[in-house]
Design a binder for this molecule. Structure first.
Ligand SMILES: *Cc1c(COP(=O)(O)O)cnc(C)c1O
Length: 366
């Protein structure tokens, strides 16, 4: 492939000498679950996010599901989130036993349309889940204001937004709870699955830890129904090393995004990601929107350039969510977005020559 969509190998080569001796040492100590490696990463990650606590869990879906359970959300409750998101956000609400209520997409920000948020609130609403999709922070001030006034909780889905900031506040520090994923392709990615929940509340942090460890805070004392969802020591070690590079990787992504804007900004037929005062995005994905997406798709394929759709079919139209009662046409902006939004290659090491190549192909298709 002439330009890959994502390049994790180049990054590993640059980290190999730092990571391998640490893993070797950990293996020799045989401390595989919990222990100092996990505590150290949790402390560093909490500090990085501007949160008082971070608790490692098995993956990002569990992070959200356990956050809902720790917040007391379950059967009979409603949780509001964005129609345009990765399936896991909605899946976690259903797995926690609650009912997802979806707010249609704002066609310019791709986030939930905040002007329609309040009409989605009912007496059963327990929480709002803003999704910092594609690495751009949601406009949190109005979300927090509505939540506070209506007495519902805010739980962030920060799975695509490690290090992104909104008016000086880091994603993961603004809601009562926030879920992160460390899936390998995320901005901060493990070498396997991983996730974390951040919170300012000591009490909620304890509950998360308890639920993720068989409902237990003391060995063989199980006070609530929990599950097994822990972050491995090996992943914690790797993540702690990678966390030290995250700011410079996010800078690399912003540099690549600026390069795309420079090269593609003059095309009328393309909508580039919105740049907003007070938002410092981390470009987990670089999405363009166009009615000519089929032509761009064909040209990129022909040139061997990697690309993707995030997401090709909205969650409400996927079979496991049919019982929610949404039909085609109910969330029209999300449905239209699914047909017009395409993701170009994006990773910190993306070179200018690669940007030239991708942008020439996109331009030729227009
Ligand atoms: C990746 C992701 C998740 C889930 O994370 P996993 O670690 O894959 O379970 C949740 N929400 C969003 C928006 C994501 O991108």
């Amino acid at each position: 492939m002439s330009v890959p969509f994502l390049d994790l190998r180049t990054q590993y080569q640059s980290l190999k000498n730092e990571i391998l001796p640490e893993i070797e040492a950990l293996m020799s100590q045989a401390a595989f679950v919990g222990g100092p490696a996990l505590r150290e990463f949790e402390e560093d990650f909490a500090k990085y996010c501007g949160a008082a606590h971070a608790v490692g869990v098995g993956n990002g879906t569990d992070a959200l599901q356990i956050a809902f359970r720790a917040a007391g959300i379950g059967e009979g409750d409603e949780v509001i989130t964005a129609a345009n998101t990765f399936v896991a956000t909605v899946e976690a609400i259903v797995l926690a036993g609650a009912r997802p209520v979806l707010v249609d997409m704002d066609p310019r920000t791709y986030h939930m349309d905040i002007s329609r948020l309040e009409e989605a609130i009912s007496p059963k609403t327990k929480a709002i889940v803003p999704v910092h999709l594609y690495g751009d922070p949601v406009d949190m001030d109005p979300v927090l204001e509505i939540a506070e006034r209506r007495g519902v909780m805010v739980i962030e889905d920060s799975a695509q937004a490690h290090g992104a900031t909104y008016k000086g506040r880091t994603c993961g520090s603004m809601g009562a709870l926030s879920g992160f994923s460390f899936y390998p392709g995320k901005n901060l990615g493990a070498y396997g699955d991983g996730g974390a929940v951040t919170t300012q509340s000591e009490e909620l942090a304890q509950k998360i830890r308890q639920i993720g460890d068989h409902g237990s805070l003391k060995k063989y004392v199980h006070e609530v129904l929990g599950t097994n969802s822990r972050l491995d020591a090996i992943q914690a070690k790797i993540l702690r090393i990678k966390l030290g590079h995250l700011d410079s990787w996010n800078d690399g992504r912003r540099r690549a995004a600026a390069g795309y804007r420079e090269r593609l900004g003059s095309h009328e037929a393309l909508q580039l990601p919105m740049e907003r005062e007070g938002h410092v995005p981390v470009y987990h994905l670089y999405v363009i929107r166009s009615a000519k997406v089929a032509a761009i798709d064909a040209a990129l394929k022909e040139a061997g350039i990697g690309f993707g759709y995030h997401y090709p079919k909205p969650v409400h139209l996927q079979p496991p969510f049919s019982q929610l009662g949404y039909a085609l046409g109910d969330l029209p902006e999300a449905e239209r977005g699914a047909e017009e939004i395409l993701s170009l290659p994006m990773f910190p090491e993306l070179r200018d020559s690669q940007l030239d190549q991708v942008c020439e192909v996109v331009a030729s298709a227009l």
